[in-house]
Design a protein around this ligand. Structure first.
Ligand SMILES: [Zn+2]
Length: 345
């Protein structure tokens, strides 16, 4: 299957074509998470490699190069992602195997959420040999904020002395988490958030019922909404929202174990959205993410002092940074819920 772009990305795609005549050696695409940036840059990578590119800039989907691309074995293409995203078996798994010295220890090893220096070093060989089709060499890397510090520095060296004929396509959900030196070496390109109608139309076309509620809960990011609806964490999210709606030490401690089984970054982000709703309701009587909980949000907004609320928001924001590497997931959740309870009761 060929990489495709989403309807809300059409105008960004057109703008991007204007760059093709003078391709920068590194492009950094940025925008909100869950809006389809990875698919967009993969589609662009395919189009850059395609030998029969269409007038609208899209890949032909039928040349030799497109064939290799869709099989994930194009010799002039590399995709660099954290191991945790490498969920597809086959060609994709090879990168992970290399990083581990060829040995896959399947059991009990949590896949890394970082892009490691080994992954960047592995690009050196790739960039030193001539291209198979005498065309460009394309490296796609996302999310760029997953680069750990040694990997960032290694990539920076490459970006400072770009090998000829090589194009780097990076994507990031948050530019402020990237090294300024990386930013300064890339041409930045914004990818838009879809407007609500476009996002809803797309979600409905995917067969999602109750698309509006899912979309709101994901802040308008359609791919995040679809993933959430398919991910089956709905029950845990409702359990968390119940706790946030009725803060109580005993219930918090009782639920921590169960809640710690799902990705902590999701928990923190639901809590952040919840607090945002309470705060907005206090200021303007509006609710953005959880209209289903209007009554509970309103009651909290009425009861909790602004200073306490700000403290809870700051706590949640700080926690976001440690959610990827907690010492103990259960303690993390307990701590998060107890802090919240202290602020909001
Ligand atoms: Zn093609």
């Amino acid at each position: 299957m060929s990489a495709t772009i989403y309807p809300w990305q059409n105008s960004a795609w057109e703008q991007l074509q204007l760059l093709r005549a003078r391709m920068p050696h590194a492009l950094l695409f940025y925008g909100a998470a869950g809006t389809g940036k990875a698919d967009f840059i993969e589609a662009f990578a395919q189009a850059l490699l395609c030998e029969n590119v269409q007038p609208d800039g899209h890949a032909c989907a039928s040349c030799v190069s497109c064939g290799w691309f869709s099989q994930h074995n194009h010799p002039d293409y590399r995709r660099v992602r954290p191991e945790a995203l490498e969920d597809e078996p086959g060609a994709d798994g090879e990168d992970g195997a290399d990083a581990d010295g060829g040995k896959k220890t399947k059991a009990a090893k949590t896949p890394s959420k970082e892009i490691k220096i080994e992954q960047i070093r592995a690009l050196a060989d790739f960039m030193n040999i001539s291209t198979h089709r005498q065309g460009l060499r394309v490296v796609v890397l996302y999310p760029a904020e997953a680069l750990n510090t040694p990997a960032s520095n290694a990539l920076l060296k490459t970006l400072e002395e770009p090998p000829p004929g090589t194009v780097f396509l990076l994507s990031s959900n948050s530019l402020d988490r990237l090294l300024p030196t990386i930013l300064s070496r890339c041409r930045k390109f914004a990818l838009p958030m879809p407007d609500e109608l476009a996002a809803l139309a797309w979600l409905k076309a995917q067969g999602l019922g109750d698309a509006e509620a899912w979309l709101r809960e994901q802040g308008g990011a359609p791919l995040a909404a679809l993933a959430q609806s398919e991910g089956g964490n709905r029950e845990e999210m409702d359990a968390l929202l119940q706790l946030l709606a009725h803060p109580n030490v005993e219930n918090a401690l009782k639920s921590a174990d169960k809640l710690s089984k799902i990705p902590l970054s999701a928990l923190v982000s639901w809590q952040q959205r919840w607090l945002y709703d309470v705060f907005c309701y206090k200021l303007s009587g509006t609710i953005r993410y959880f209209p289903r909980y209007r009554k509970e949000v309103a009651a909290l907004a009425e009861r909790v002092q602004t200073a306490k609320l700000m403290q809870a928001i700051k706590g949640a924001n700080d926690r976001r940074a440690t959610a990827e590497h907690p010492l103990s997931p259960k303690l993390f959740v307990e701590d998060m819920l107890l802090d919240y309870t202290a602020c909001c009761t």
